[in-house]
Each structure stands twice: as structure tokens, then as C-alpha cells.
Design a protein around this ligand. Structure first.
Ligand SMILES: [Fe+2]
Length: 250
């Protein structure tokens, strides 16, 4: 285990970071009782989130839009997987923050209109750690602290070949496993300067092909059966999208 991870784990010793407890029948689709309560969402959470996202929008409009789309899909996946409304909000917030660390990636890498070389890829791979570092000052607030595991670990793979900590299987926080699916699906189905968007059906096939190795097999199954029923992103990402992620449904 690397030093930085050890320090991080010591500072935030939640079971998210330490990995799921080894139970006989682990409740893998529940975040309770780890999640804070609605009362612990500060009234200013929405404004801080919008400010952080606005900074990202100024720097890289694609990543801003991507973060909102990932929040939309990941919270719907969380819902389809049986997580409660508050847990869906934690997933949505984690998704909105997951790529904030790209603010710390040089323009020559972040905005490069071509595939990255090995050195650039290594720099880009620092972004989940940087995202968690940006959020760290807010970690004294339970709601924000609960977003850190999903942020830091959203590029881990089930086979342990991901980053930054190369953790595997159910040791990867559930929030991160959910975000990875929504993140990859959005990356595959949107146009990039170096690659055209894949058709939805092809993206489904990719998720299926890499389930078990990269993605959580159970969550991929849920995504594939639920995704065709979800309303389109254009209809759901309104001006009120961020604020609504912090409001309790009536
Ligand atoms: Fe990312």
C-alpha cells in the first residue's frame, strides 16, 4: 500500500476507503449505515458545488458537461441497484466532483486533440488523487467526506489493474464502481477530438465485454437492463440540475 494512500486512509478511516468488510453475504448494494443524514448536508453545499463546477467549466467545458452527465447516469444506476434517495445524492455529488482534479492537469495534456502518449497518460492518471485533494478541505463535513472514496477510486478496476491504488473487486468502494460505469459509458458515447462517439449498442457491448475485469458484473447487468428506460440526458440536465441534487424530494 503506498504511503499517500496510507495517510489518506488514516485521515479518513471509513469502510469506503478501507474496502468493504469481508462478510459472508456482504450487503454490497447498501451504503448504510456509513452515510451521513440529510441534516448533515449544509445549506451552502449547492453553492460550493456550483462554484467548483463553474471553475471546471471555464477550464474545460467538455469535462464540465461530462461530470453532469455522469452524475445523472450514476445516480440512476444507484437507484436501479436499490440504493436509497440519500445514497443516490452522495453518488451524484461524487460524480460531479470526480474529475475536478483535471483542473490541475496541464493544458497540453488535458486539451490535447489526440491520444495521449505514455508520459501524458501518467500525468492524466493523477487526476483522481487531485480531485480528492481539492475536496479535502471540505472533508470535515460528513456529506463531502462521503464523496471522497468514489472520487479517489473511480478508475480502479475489478481485476486490480486500475489506479491510483490498484485495489480490486469489492475492496473498491461501491460508489466508485458505480461511477466508473457511468463515466466510461459517457466517455464512449460522446464525441472527442480524436474519436467519434460510439453508438449506444456498441457501448453496451463494451461494458459487457469488460465486465468482471474492469467493471462490476452485477452493476453492468443492472445498467444494461435499466439504461434503455431512462429519459434522455438533454431532458434531465436542466439549469436546476445541481441544486436539485441537494434537495430532499417532497
Ligand atoms: Fe476520471
Amino acid at each position: 500500500m503506498c504511503l499517500i494512500y496510507s495517510i489518506f486512509a488514516a485521515l479518513f478511516p471509513t469502510p469506503y476507503l478501507m474496502g468493504a468488510p469481508k462478510l459472508k453475504n456482504p450487503p454490497i448494494l447498501s451504503l448504510a449505515p456509513l452515510a451521513p443524514s440529510w441534516d448533515e448536508i449544509p445549506t451552502w453545499a449547492d453553492a460550493v458545488t456550483q462554484t467548483l463546477l463553474q471553475a471546471l467549466r471555464e477550464r474545460d467545458p467538455y469535462t464540465y458537461g461530462h461530470s453532469l452527465r455522469v452524475a445523472h447516469h450514476s445516480s440512476l444506476l444507484a437507484k436501479a441497484a436499490g440504493l436509497n434517495e440519500f445514497e443516490q445524492r452522495i453518488i451524484a455529488a461524487s460524480s460531479m466532483f470526480h474529475d475536478l482534479g483535471k483542473l490541475g492537469i496541464p493544458d497540453s495534456v488535458l486539451l490535447k486533440p489526440a491520444r495521449l502518449n505514455a508520459r501524458e497518460e501518467a500525468l492524466m492518471r493523477e487526476h483522481p488523487t487531485k480531485s480528492a485533494e481539492i475536496l479535502a478541505p471540505l472533508s470535515q463535513i460528513p456529506f463531502f467526506r462521503s464523496t471522497l472514496p468514489g472520487i479517489r477510486h473511480h478508475h480502479e478496476r475489478m481485476d486490480g489493474e486500475g489506479y491510483p491504488d490498484r485495489i480490486a473487486g469489492e475492496n473498491i468502494p461501491l460508489t466508485a464502481r458505480i461511477i466508473l460505469i457511468a463515466d466510461t459509458f459517457d466517455a464512449m458515447t460522446t464525441n472527442r477530438p480524436y474519436r467519434k462517439a460510439l453508438a449506444t449498442e456498441i457501448a453496451y457491448k463494451e461494458l459487457k465485454q469488460f465486465s468482471g475485469r474492469q467493471f462490476d458484473t452485477h452493476l453492468v447487468k443492472i445498467f444494461l437492463s435499466a439504461h434503455p428506460t431512462w429519459e434522455s440526458i438533454e431532458e434531465s440536465i436542466s439549469d436546476d440540475f445541481v441544486a436539485a441534487r441537494f434537495r430532499r424530494a417532497a
